[in-house]
Every structure is written in C-alpha cells, then in structure tokens.
Design a protein around this ligand. Structure first.
Ligand code: CU
Length: 135
C-alpha cells in the first residue's frame, strides 16, 4: 500500500470520527438544535386497531422525516409482503408519511414495518399491528 493511499484512508477515518463526535457531543446549553430529533407519534390504523377496510397507512411524526430511504412495508400473518405504493409525504403536512394499499387487504392480521431517517441523521424504525375484519 502506498503512503498516499494510507494518508487518504486516515483522513477519511478522521472525518468520520468528527461526524460521530459531533452527533454524540451535546450542544451548548440552551442552543437551538440545528437538526431535529423526531418521533413517530401515531398511525392510522393505530396499533392494535380493528378496521373494516384499509386504503392507506399513514404515520404521523413530530417533525418532517427525510423521504430518502423511507420505507413502509405491510406484511400479512404468513409474512408475505402486501402490495403498497412507495412512501410519500403528505402534500400539505410534511410530518405525515403515507402509503396507499391497492388492492385492499383481505381480512387478517397485518404488521406495518416502517423505517425512515430524521434530518439529524437518526434512523427511526418500528412496527405496529392492525386487523382487517370481515365485512
Ligand atoms: Cu435524533
């Protein structure tokens, strides 16, 4: 390995450490954070909810998540992936993220597995369950 390559690698490593340190170190007290840590507050359907029909899954966050890398998957009790649109931000409220479900789901229990990134870089993920009842 040449000296140049070694130096370049070392520099990249240092830059990475600086990013990690910046993320871990607390900011000055009372300073307004440049980036926002956000949480997923509720969903429709809600966790554990029984519903007659589902045309979309909607997640409500405390702030606007990044859409890049966002994913919302709906799986049935046999762990088969149900067909749904790619996640999109609500046109009037960027704190809401949704997928449309088409065709609608047959009766059964479903798990929504979601993942997205806050603009402070934190990966958020979670899952919740809902049930489609026979109409
Ligand atoms: Cu955060």
């Amino acid at each position: 390995m040449s000296v140049t390559v070694r130096l370049r690698k070392a520099r990249r490593g240092a830059a990475f450490l600086a990013v990690v340190a910046a993320a871990l170190l607390p900011g000055p007290a009372g300073a307004r954070p440049a980036f926002e840590h956000i949480t997923m507050d509720r969903s429709v359907p809600a966790d554990g909810e029984k519903v007659g029909q589902v045309n979309e899954i909607r997640l409500f966050f405390s702030g606007a998540p990044l859409m890049r890398g966002a994913s919302v998957r709906v799986v049935n009790s046999a762990r088969s992936l149900m067909r749904s649109s790619p996640p999109a931000a609500d046109a009037t409220d960027s704190k809401q993220l949704f997928v449309t479900i088409d065709p609608t789901l047959p009766p059964g229990t479903y798990v929504v597995q979601w993942r997205c990134i806050a603009d402070d870089g934190h990966v958020m993920r979670g899952d919740f369950t809902f049930e489609v009842t026979a109409e």
